[in-house]
Design a protein around this ligand. Structure first.
Ligand SMILES: N=CN[C@@H](CCC(=O)O)C(=O)O
Ligand SMILES: [Zn+2]
Length: 401
């Protein structure tokens, strides 16, 4: 079966070479076609529909079905490459305290660990599914989901198996923080790290694609450079691909380690030296910025302009989690990237789609081109620019095909 979607006022393809693309700096790199159409085909039990044709509406081929979007815009579905959706518990009071000056140091993660351990599987599944559907309703069609609020072998496996029900982009984050029961002494901390790279990794690796570590010497609860290296190397040896939480709370070794070990992405990047920027620019590692975190912790925003001008590949993601950013909204992240981090609207949209796909090493999403997955988001407006322009207004949602 094929479906023709026509009447698209503005189609963002993220393919700058596409025939008929608008030549205008406002849309630079987006491959925008006006008065466009796409044809989608396939889809069934085991395979997602794909894009079969893209171009001006007046050249569109016939298809089995046809709908008109009556001048609305279409963009590639957002790729949210960083989230922590498997959790229970409430930390809204922590947010309120931060708004009046209490700094974030990662300590509140323990509150979520306790609540998540206490929640049964159906409860966690329900919460996870609600959060994923909240994301779809704001245009996100791919999401990465981390464990990291279990921190026992059993609880980490439970989180990963649940995450796998909603996405293939599943990340083992046993090295999120040292759990409360292992904070008594240096020996307890070392034993926890042994567990993470030993029995926990063995049990978790079959359920995950990625391994991540909170590399943050500025937090007493997270991991330093050598500990992080150990986690990442063990994960790599177990067949997992690498991602890093780094340079969130202060300068540190996260970025250099991520680049050295060939991680797909290093996320946060709030505090960077010139050497960090230079290392990222010469690497295949994407810098994923999480502006909702700075919004919700009152930290300074990362300088996206500095990274882009140096030639770094920059993605943006929500980091949706109960501590540093309980927002699932990629449109909000785009607006913050534009307003607070020096990105143009076009750069921010690419960061939320095609570059975020790179942060997940995915080539089948993030663009609207022949052969790509048919992951589209519908903008209830004549231009994609309404995404940051109408901040806080639900103008974009995943297109159900
Ligand atoms: N920084 C580490 N982890 C999360 C926060 C987790 C939490 O506070 O619950 C983050 O990405 O910001
Ligand atoms: Zn995170």
């Amino acid at each position: 079966m094929s479906m023709l979607i026509t009447g698209i006022g503005e189609l963002v393809t993220n393919d700058g070479t596409v025939d008929g693309a608008v030549d205008d700096p406002l849309h630079a790199g987006l491959g925008v076609i006006r008065d466009a159409a796409v044809v989608l085909s396939g889809g069934g039990e085991d395979s997602a529909p794909t894009v079969e044709w893209v171009g001006p509406a007046d050249q569109a081929p016939a298809a089995d079905w046809s709908i008109s979007l009556e001048g609305r815009a279409v963009v590639p579905g957002f790729v949210d490459s960083h989230s922590h959706l498997v959790f229970d518990g409430d930390r809204s009071a922590e947010f309120a305290a931060r708004m009046s000056g209490t700094p974030y140091d990662g300590g509140g993660i323990t509150v979520t660990v306790e609540a998540t351990r206490a929640a049964d599987r159906p409860r966690l599944r329900e919460l996870l599914q609600q959060r994923v559907s909240e994301m779809r309703s704001q245009g996100t069609t791919t999401v990465e989901v981390k464990s990291g609020y279990g921190l026992t072998v059993e609880d980490e496996v439970k989180a990963l198996r649940l995450a796998r029900e909603v996405t293939p982009e599943v990340t083992f984050l046993g090295a999120h923080v040292v759990p409360p029961e292992a904070r008594g002494s240096a020996a307890d901390r070392a034993a926890y790290l042994d567990l993470v790279v030993g029995e926990m990794l063995t049990a978790c690796a079959p359920h995950a694609r990625w391994i991540d570590v909170f590399c943050e010497p500025a937090s007493p609860h997270a991991f330093d450079g050598e500990e992080s290296r150990r986690v990442l190397e063990a994960g790599r040896d177990a067949g997992l691909e690498l991602r890093v939480h780094g340079n969130q709370l202060g300068h540190g070794p996260g970025v250099q380690l991520a680049v050295e070990l060939g991680a797909a992405s290093v996320d946060h990047c709030t505090y960077l030296t010139d050497e960090d920027v230079e290392a990222l620019a010469g690497s295949g590692t994407v810098a994923t910025l999480l502006p909702g975190v700075e919004f919700s912790t009152r930290q300074p925003y990362p300088d996206a302009r500095r990274l882009l001008d140096a030639g770094v590949q920059v993605a943006i993601a929500t980091d949706c989690n109960p501590g540093t950013c309980y927002s699932s909204s990629m449109p909000l992240m785009i607006a913050l990237a534009v307003r607070e981090m020096g990105m143009t609207p076009a750069e921010a949209l690419r960061a939320a789609t095609v570059t975020a796909a790179k942060a997940l090493r995915r080539t089948d999403i993030g663009r609207i081109a022949v052969g790509q997955r048919a992951d589209l988001a519908l903008v209830d407006a004549p231009s994609w620019l309404h995404i940051p322009y109408r901040v806080g207004v639900p103008v974009v949602r995943a297109l159900e095909v």
